[in-house]
Design a protein around this ligand. Sequence first.
Ligand code: SAM
Length: 283
Amino acid sequence: MLSYQHAYHAGNFADVHKHLVLYAIIDHLLRKVSSVTYIDTHAGRGRYPLNAEETLRLGEYRDGAEKLWKERGRLAEDPLLADWLEGLAAAQSRQNPTELDHYPGSPWWLAQRLREQDALRLFELHPREHEHLSRQQLADRVRQVHGDGLSGLIESLPVATPRLCVLVDPSYERKEEYGEVAATLLEAMRKARHGIVLVWYPLLPAGRHEALLDALKAGGLRKIWRSELRVASPQSERGMYGSGMLVINPPWGLDRRLEDAMARLAPVLGDASRHRGDWWVPE
Ligand code: SAM
């Protein structure tokens, strides 16, 4: 039974973190002409109006995307943040927006920069979320699948293009999902050794993400860069105190570029906010 709906959390600090990492990776991939298949295993709705009842109820975007939006002049001194903020502006309903009225989800960030030669496959299991996603006007080359993204990923591999980029962004409603994600990734990397894979995980006081990280390391995967954004201390929070991303096979130079951008972004989210990037498993 699926109950999670991303609309309640759209534009929060974790979304900003994950979409900035995703944006930076797409940027690197676009430097070469050879085609890319993108797979988003847990797509959500695609684009979220911030005045929707669900989104207003928790208003999490106010401590995430909205803080960045208000500081966009200063943040744009960093080249990656400048481009990302331009992307965010393009997702608004008005030209030259002054106010933030929408927050774009991963399908939007991916579809916006899709070229003729690239492909995008979006998986979404929740019937209503999938219906919302189907109503989005995305590019022709986008294939939307109503189904399980983890088995869908394995069935999609190997892909027909020379390059592959996968985003795995589950809701972790069940604690078993950490193990299921790890098992899927180990199998996926056997079928697509050079693919770039991004995995998001929440930092919760229970520390459940450790099982995911340890299983990937124990499974023998190499070249994993980790980016963690903490907005509070684990002791002071009952809920999510931070956002984590693993990048398997990151493009060269991504770590430096993201560390520069995150060093500028983190203080805007609050005094306790810190970013840490490290090689969880080196080459
Ligand atoms: N990736 C989206 C973004 O960045 O905008 C947000 C995704 S949200 C965190 C997780 C989504 O996964 C929810 O919409 C949920 O319905 C969906 N979901 C849950 N289990 C799934 C599964 N096994 N396969 C595909 N989608 C699933």
